[in-house]
Design a protein around this ligand. Sequence first.
Ligand SMILES: CC(C)(COP(=O)([O-])OP(=O)([O-])OC[C@H]1O[C@@H](n2cnc3c(N)ncnc32)[C@H](O)[C@@H]1OP(=O)([O-])[O-])[C@@H](O)C(=O)NCCC(=O)NCCSC(=O)C[C@@](C)(O)CC(=O)[O-]
Ligand SMILES: NC(=O)C1=CN([C@@H]2O[C@H](COP(=O)(O)OP(=O)(O)OC[C@H]3O[C@@H](n4cnc5c(N)ncnc54)[C@H](OP(=O)(O)O)[C@@H]3O)[C@@H](O)[C@H]2O)C=CC1
Length: 424
Amino acid sequence: MTRQSRIPGFRDASPAERRAMAAKGAGVPAEALDAFASGGLTVEQADHMIENAAGTLGVPLGVATNFTVNGVDVLVPMATEEPSVVAAAGNAARIARERGGFHTSSSAPVMQAQVQVLDVADPDGARLRLLEARDELIRLADDQDPQLVSLGGGVRDLTVRIVDARPGRYVVVHLVVDVRDAMGANAVNTMAEALAGRVGEIAGGRVLLRILTNKADTRLARARAVFSADALGGERIVGDIVHAAALAEADPYRAATHNKGIMNGITAVVLATGNDTRAVEAGAHSHAVGADGVYTALSHFEVDSDGDLVGTLELPMPVGLIGGATKVHAAAGSAVRLLGVATAAELAEIVAAVGLAQNLAALRALATEGIQRGHMSLHARNVAVAAGATADEIPEVVGRLIADRAIRADRAEQVLAELRSPGG
Ligand SMILES: CC(C)(COP(=O)([O-])OP(=O)([O-])OC[C@H]1O[C@@H](n2cnc3c(N)ncnc32)[C@H](O)[C@@H]1OP(=O)([O-])[O-])[C@@H](O)C(=O)NCCC(=O)NCCSC(=O)C[C@@](C)(O)CC(=O)[O-]
Ligand SMILES: NC(=O)C1=CN([C@@H]2O[C@H](COP(=O)(O)OP(=O)(O)OC[C@H]3O[C@@H](n4cnc5c(N)ncnc54)[C@H](OP(=O)(O)O)[C@@H]3O)[C@@H](O)[C@H]2O)C=CC1
């Protein structure tokens, strides 16, 4: 069936209606999204997931509309506590779909583990001895995960670096592993630990660390979209968005905020699908450091020959559909069903598209009216609730805060007091 992510009336529906509309749009049974209603995790389940579990923590789960990725409509589950993130993603996706939506690609799902060797008398000699033993070491690593190998994954390469550090020179072996549909940390860590003894013998040193690197620059996801100048508001706004992005490329102070905007979208999808947000964030920020050692923007914006804006984003995306919490958390399972993805690569590419959308929405707001009007209008609901407004009172309090352009706690309390006073 054809999937439909452009759903009239979605924003004005109730959460239960939205679940039904989203399931219909994604072509999955309505009950596939039931876990979104309960949060998908009991305290008993939580007790099996982490140590000293004392409960669970609820996070809002929204669905971003309007996404088209590689010609297919996608409804995107986003877990976030921040107002305006889900609206902004849907807003940019609506603009992108005019020019065909997002186009994505990814490298093979390859992760790397590092094995650090200390006290090596001849690091250059050790490096070549390890490379001579490459086939033996790869076989030893692959033997640790026959299931992964049978699925078409397994070790793809073994490389050796010499790292000059303060106390001396370290020989560092990199095990390069195709982890298929897993995030891969457990898989590659098991392999790295299994290699340690033999690597130490061959190098003639003492093995210390044996662990995945989160600088996952061999596992990249990419997204590209064209945003029409008309839909963005004209040539001047396109130019100003390019200037806004250019500042992020040139200035680490702006780059950190620019990339935070990208991660607003990325982390929300990564969390919703039960993946490791810290791994993705570590990969993204390490990738944002250029060859010159300077932290810069992860995305790029330029103007095409038609005068439209072209946005591109490429970053490490170590996400999986197997392992970690992805399979045990019912709401994460629902999120994956909503997305309709069958491989980790498909998930990674959609996450990159959401990151680009999020970035464009923020840049457009910043290059035009500023962030506060759109963001703070949506944040006004939080301010009203924090001031003690009940469900019946929220719309009136929010309306007055926006009209007064004073989205502040003290003003919300004042408005509430007025509303509750006789004749208010
Ligand atoms: C907030 C909007 C979207 C309003 O934008 P708008 O133009 O006032 O909204 P609209 O009513 O014309 O609606 C346009 C589309 O936005 C979506 N939309 C609009 N409102 C809703 C809503 N209530 N619920 C659900 N969806 C909503 C929705 O997709 C809608 O189209 P539709 O599908 O309905 O045809 C816009 O101002 C925007 O995109 N702002 C950017 C907000 C943002 O980036 N927030 C992130 C938090 S700020 C931050 O942390 C990062 C930052 C900004 O510092 C990063 C950086 O500096 O680069
Ligand atoms: N630095 C970091 O980022 C670290 C992260 N972690 C955590 O590691 C966890 C992720 O580890 P990960 O290795 O993904 O999880 P798992 O070990 O749970 O899952 C991977 C395993 O699943 C099996 N498998 C079954 N089907 C597939 C398939 N289609 N594709 C790939 N593997 C398949 C494989 O073999 P088999 O059946 O033999 O297991 C594979 O080894 C996360 O919870 C993360 O938070 C842990 C340490 C460090």
